[in-house]
Structure formats: C-alpha cells, structure tokens
Design a protein around this ligand. Structure first.
Ligand code: ADP
Ligand code: MG
Length: 254
C-alpha cells in the first residue's frame, strides 16, 4: 500500500465547549480527488483549516505527504512545531476559498508571482515566466495586467487557482470555490479544476456542485455534525445514499 497524500486519524476540534469535529478518519490517495459535501456548520471548512494547521486541533493526528501536520511526536507526546516549520508545510498546500482573496492592489500577474518570489526566492524573471504559463492554463493569458476589480468573479477565482499552483503544491484544498459566483461563471472555474484533476493533482474539494463530484471525484464523504456520516464512490453515494441524513441533504440540494 502506498502512503496516502493525506491521512487523518481521530481528528477532534472544538471551539469553546462546542465540538465541531468529533473524530474524523480519512485517507486521500495521491493523485485522487476527494469531494466533501454536507450542510452548513457541519465542519467542512474547519477540517480544511486543520489540514493547513490554521486551526489548532484538540485530538487525533494528521499527515500530509507522510509528515505529521503542525507537530512533531516524541515518546508518544506531541510538540507543536515552530511557526517557521508550519509555514514551510503550508507552502506545500494550495488553498482556494469561496472569496477569491486576491490582493486588490496587484495585477493578476503580480498576485501570482508574489509568493514564489517572497517565499520561494524565485528570481522574478523565472516567476513571471511560470506565472504566464499558469495564466495560459487557466485561460487568462490576455488578462495578466488586469487588476482584480477589472475581472469577473470567475476570472478572479481562476487567478486564485493559478496563484495557488504557482507554489507548486503537492495538495490543493478548495473550500466552496464556486459558491460566491454568478451561476453562468461556475462552469469556467469547474473546468479549470477538472483539468487540474486530470494532471494528477491531489485535491480536496468542499462543494455543492454534485455533478462535479460525480464526474471528477474519486471519493465522496458526506459530513454532518462534525462526523463523516457516509463515504464511498461519488456515483454510489449520490445515486444510492444509505444514510437518512445523506438522503435528506441530497433532496435539498438537488
Ligand atoms: P461548514 O464549513 O461545514 O459550514 P464550519 O467548519 O465553518 O462548517 O463550522 C463548523 C462549526 O464551527 C459551526 O458551528 C461554526 O459556527 C463553528 N466555528 C467555525 N469557526 C469558528 C471559530 N473561529 N470560532 C467559533 N466557532 C467556529
Ligand atoms: Mg464552510
């Protein structure tokens, strides 16, 4: 068995007295696409934040690329890594949010080259050349000089994806990447994600786009109340949900 790209065991996370992740176990195989669905408040975003160690966990362990996330283990005890090491780990994980979060005062190109130059110390000319390849890939080569305010939501999200890819991540996390878009702009973003999946990128995608999950997802989990209620191949789960909670959720979003 090959080591999965993401391994999660017994993950627990509370905010105050409220436990929002109540023991999550999950494997995401390298090169596969894991789709995560579930009602609002079920803990989907918190799960992604934990993988990036943007949230401190209260129990369990997670590994990305075989490395323990956020901690090192010695004699069965966990010690939190220094911020410098956490930043290094985060640089290997790309994240795309519902709100595109582009820097408004930078052009599309500047948004993409910022982290490679500052974090990876790429020479600017090299960063720019790579950014142009990425802009081409997301269909925006002609908008390199545009500011976010001059781009549609779909174009901004495609720049955000290119920006994440510029760091050459080994894992991409998407948190409802099309939820803030006008319906006619959803397709162009999903098409970029579909192309990315076809290149073999490991992806975790929180989405309500069930047709994307069905066509692109290798695995699907349904989360509710901080638990994975059901998992399986997207086709099976979406066509024949076993759990009443899954059925009820699907009847509302379909
Ligand atoms: P989802 O993405 O599935 O909608 P979230 O992971 O955003 O769910 O939230 C899960 C639960 O955790 C919700 O009840 C939410 O209110 C709570 N929560 C999320 N982030 C915080 C936070 N920073 N502080 C307190 N509660 C939070
Ligand atoms: Mg969320």
């Amino acid at each position: 068995m090959t080591e999965p790209m993401v391994r999660i065991r017994g993950l627990r996370k509370s905010f105050g007295t409220k436990e929002v992740l109540c023991g999550i176990d999950m494997d995401v195989q390298a090169g596969s696409v894991m789709c995560i669905i579930g009602p609002s408040g079920s803990g989907k975003s918190t799960l992604l934040s934990c993988i990036n160690h943007l949230e401190r966990i209260d129990g369990g362990r997670m590994w990305v690329g075989g490395e323990l996330v956020g901690y090192r283990e010695r004699a069965g005890k966990l010690y939190e890594l220094p911020e410098r090491k956490v930043a290094k780990m985060r640089a290997r994980i790309g994240m795309v949010f519902q709100q595109f979060n582009l820097f408004p005062h930078m052009t599309a190109l500047q948004n993409i080259i910022e982290a490679p130059i500052r974090v990876k110390r790429q020479p600017p000319a090299e960063a720019r050349a790579k950014a142009m390849v990425l802009l081409e890939r997301v269909g925006l080569a002609d908008r390199a000089a545009a500011f976010p305010s001059q781009l549609s939501g779909g174009q901004q999200q495609r720049v955000a994806i290119a920006r994440a890819l510029a760091m050459e991540p080994q894992l991409m996390l998407f948190d409802e990447p099309t939820s803030a878009l006008d319906p006619e702009l959803v397709g162009e973003v999903l098409a970029v994600m579909r192309d990315l999946a076809a290149t073999g990128m490991t992806m975790m995608v929180v989405t309500h786009e069930l047709s994307f999950a069905r066509e692109v997802g290798d695995d699907l989990v349904f989360m509710a109340d901080g638990l994975i209620m059901e998992r399986g191949s997207p086709r099976t789960v979406l066509a024949n949900p076993r759990e009443p909670r899954t059925r009820e959720f699907l009847s509302r979003v379909l």
